[in-house]
Design a protein around this ligand. Sequence first.
Ligand code: C2E
Ligand code: MG
Ligand code: MG
Length: 575
Amino acid sequence: MKKQLQNIMTTEMEKEITTSEQRYRSIVDHNLDGIFLIDLSGKIMEVNPAGYKLIGHTKNQLENRSIFDFVAEKDFNVFKALLEKTQEGYALESLDCRFIHKKGHYLTGHIKTVPMVIHSEIMGIYVIIRDISEQAKNAETIKYMAFHDQLTGLLNRRALLDDLDTAIKKYRNGSKEFALFSIDLDRFKYLNDTLGHLYGDEILKKVAERLSGLQKNNCRVYRQGGDEFIILLLDTTRQETDRFAQKLLMKFKDSFYLNSQEYYISPSIGISIFPNDGNDAETLIKNADEALYRVKEKGKAHYQFYRSDMNSKITNVLQLETHLRKAIERNELQLLYQPQVDLITGEISSFEALIRWNSSELGFISPGDFIPLAEDTGLIIPIGNWVVETACRQIKRWSELCDKPIRIAVNISTKQFQQPNLVGVIKRSIDQFEIPPSSIEIEITEGAMHDKEETIAILNRLKELGITISVDDFGTGYSSLNYLKQLPIDVLKIDQSFVRDVLVNEKDAAIITTIIHLGKSLGMEVIAEGVEEKKQADFLLKANCEKAQGFYFSKPLSAEEVEKRFLTKGKSSGS
Ligand code: C2E
Ligand code: MG
Ligand code: MG
């Protein structure tokens, strides 16, 4: 009876054990996570089907091998530390670790470890691995996209701000500097508009490729947006930065090919240096942009370091742009006229028109501040057209008023000069006001002429109309004597920087004398700008310069003031 009872109990217990074993097995065998039972040395004692599929080996190939054979070297130590902690009796989670698949690639697993306790003793460890490779790849892609520009593959603005932040912290207490280059492609908007956006994108990609060639450990290239790029150059000095800027310009020496056409694209570059030109990211970018504006203003295709005296009043460029768009219709633009005085006779028969913007919201803004912006936004075209029309109307009125031809010079900025319809715009105003074409003069800077073929074509068409053509700020750009010979130029305007020190600086005096001589022998009229003192005027007269303008004779004046002071009938000489 007792024996029978014993037998029944044994069968019941065995059944219970088998049931419990099966329960355990089904959790393990059907689990979607890989489960590895290892001993305390790391030897694999058992693996479930998800486990061997995960690693790509068969069950037999895995058992009795060390789990460490399958852990990526990089994660070896953290994985080992995790197992050691589990041996102390803790169930642990949340470690991502890479494993080596049989085919050689890595997979990312999210790991949980559970100690296997038998009779209160830790006999082994369950390592439960969930394959999260897909998520990890997605996260990696998302991270890549967040920090890279989609079109060019370069780092983007967000990466720039992060890197600037790190660099500023790192360089704050050091003796080394780093430089920020703000780069803008000259004429990109024009190319984009004329060739179409697809080609525009191609240009950006090609430029990005060339800039990428400069990337090194201490140099990273970013795309800010549009045609604006930024380069960070770490561990540098001013001389090294200067050399780098030249190297950067050289990257654009060769033409770009697009649809088997050849295009030359140049960059304008502004440079700020930490900590000299700003202690924070925003200031460094702003100041590099400020320097960039100056390059654009002076005729592009070059680089310039920031100087603190460059800081314009304008801090909010966007706000400025919005107001500038409305400036014409609101009648906020005005032309002032600075007389050009005949140094021998004192007569005045020509003026330079200088634009003024008196914004009802922002107050007075000087052309040095808004012309570069107008160029960048394309607003220079309507503004420039307005200047031409206003000047032509004035020529008509003044020529009638004093019964002799009066000439007015208008400044034409680089982008305006490259506008396809410039000749048409000027011709329309000449016809409308019925003025002699030679009474309108256009002032262009040497910088506007860097594309020689294009310049020759435009200037010849203007010359055919009979317009007077002058070179403004002569001597400050890429003075090439060759263009003076080839282009139909009537007037050379000696830049005021030479006139300023003419009495104290022998070199300036020599340059002025040479320019006057050069201009005269080529049959051109020579006008000196920025004359502020009588002695400067005397020097110029002695050097045979025929005309001058400057505060000594008169500041730029409104049309009414000009009429009152200089233009009563029959009178056109300085008072
Ligand atoms: P710019 O064509 O070289 O004009 C000469 C600048 O020197 C003017 O500055 C004028 O007011 C200033 N000036 C004249 N006499 C003297 C003098 O004796 N001493 C000194 N220190 N300065 C003198 P402003 O009017 O501020 O114009 C600055 C620049 O803005 C101009 O340089 C020109 O490049 C540009 N600009 C002016 N009006 C227009 C315009 O209608 N269209 C375009 N595209 N640019 C313009
Ligand atoms: Mg001028
Ligand atoms: Mg000038």
